[in-house]
Design a protein around this ligand. Structure first.
Ligand code: ATP
Ligand code: MG
Length: 358
């Protein structure tokens, strides 16, 4: 297969971790007969410095012509003082919207070798954590009407409108069911249908959709219960699908249960096979340029890309197995270092993973 990738190396540790991810992809290409062609595009802080805007038009055009987008990290203190529309994060929002990406997919997986980093009790973590949160990205409270008004005796009043259409719910639902089919075939739809009207439409729509996926086990759960279950018994979950704000909160909660932010990949998907893949961590300016950053989240983002955008399951598994093996053998970057760990830099971790690829 020939795969054209638009690559945002980005800011801070971005260029270092993306370089390792490209090395891993190139090795996969050699082993499995694929060619990866990378076109670097500017987005985020480095784009502001070079062109004056966080997301140049040319970057969008190249991304639209690519098969998928790989992103390191954008932003940093250098650009923190800029006004809203000029902030580096606008590049992410802009790319997602131009590419029609409406689903944010965040796996939370606990590696056996890193079980000590898990903040949950051993009797809970030993059952494993291997779940995915699918968060709706383009609707809900974050995009509703908002404003202030005079509440008379109450003083100033603020409001945020929460709206979801059946179309938006159905399309995010499909992403979740399709992903579940590639995993353990279970979907938990999370809402607050005992109180909120959008959640009642959410629940009706998900139930109707679940009839099209009889091979996938389906349940719904109230968001407050889900927040509790994530720390009480995360092993029960495979794919969790939920609206924008619930997903924002639950995905951070789920990440923290694994205890290693430098390990977690993510993707943004739409209704085509083109997605955007990136680590969940930020640009880590405090360690940029020191060969200290953990490249594993970015490397695992490539595994997600191979599976979800290109259906290259064996290749994805090869990367995930290599990562697990490297960890099992005690190789560590500084963020996941432990008593018996053997310390590696960013480049050396990339090399080590390649050594275990087969
Ligand atoms: P953002 O707002 O983009 O999420 P942030 O400053 O809140 O950025 P990060 O950039 O993720 O958060 O950094 C938080 C801490 O985690 C920093 O101390 C950073 O060094 C560390 N960190 C983040 N990613 C990695 C990584 N890949 N390897 C090692 N350490 C990391
Ligand atoms: Mg942050």
């Amino acid at each position: 297969m020939d795969i054209k990738l638009a690559v945002v190396k980005g800011d801070g540790i971005g260029p270092e971790i993306v370089t390792e991810a490209e090395k891993v992809l190139d090795r996969i290409g050699e082993l499995y007969g694929h060619t990866f062609v990378y076109t670097d595009i500017l987005a985020g802080g480095c784009a502001i410095d070079a062109t004056g805007v966080p997301l140049p038009e040319e970057s969008v055009e190249i991304a639209l012509q690519s098969d998928s987008v790989l992103l390191g990290a954008v932003g940093g203190p250098k650009w923190d003082g800029l006004p809203g529309s000029m902030r580096p994060e606008k590049a992410l929002l802009g790319l997602r919207s131009k590419l029609g990406l409406f689903a944010n997919v965040r796996p939370a997986k606990l590696y056996r070798a890193l079980a000590d980093a898990c903040p949950l009790k051993p009797e809970i973590s030993e059952n494993g954590i291997d779940l995915v949160i699918v968060r709706e990205l383009t609707g809900g409270l974050y995009f509703g009407e908002r404003g202030r008004k005079d509440g008379g005796e109450l003083g100033e009043v603020a409001f945020d409108e929460l709206e979801y259409s059946k179309m938006e719910i159905e399309r995010i639902g499909r992403v979740a069911f399709e992903l579940a089919r590639k995993r353990r075939k279970k979907v938990t739809s999370v809402d607050k249908a005992n109180v909120i009207e959008t959640s009642r439409l959410w629940r009706e729509t998900m139930h109707a959709l679940s009839k099209e996926y009889e091979d996938v086990e389906f349940e719904d759960m109230l968001v407050d219960n889900c927040a509790m279950q994530l720390v009480r018994n995360p092993a029960q979950f495979d794919v969790i699908v939920t609206e924008n704000m619930f997903g924002d909160i639950l995905s951070d909660e789920a990440s923290m249960t694994t205890g290693s932010i430098g390990m977690l990949p993510s993707s943004s998907l739409g209704s085509t096979t083109r997605g955007m893949y990136e680590p969940i961590h930020g640009s880590a300016p405090d360690i940029a340029g020191q060969n200290k950053a953990n490249p594993i989240a970015t490397i695992l983002s490539c595994a997600m890309m191979l599976r979800d955008s290109f259906d290259l399951t064996a290749e994805a598994v090869a990367i995930e197995n290599a990562v697990a093996q490297v960890l099992n053998e005690g190789w560590r970057t500084s963020d996941i270092m432990d008593e018996n760990g053997k310390l590696l830099g960013t480049r050396e971790m990339g090399d080590k993973i390649i050594e275990y690829l087969k």
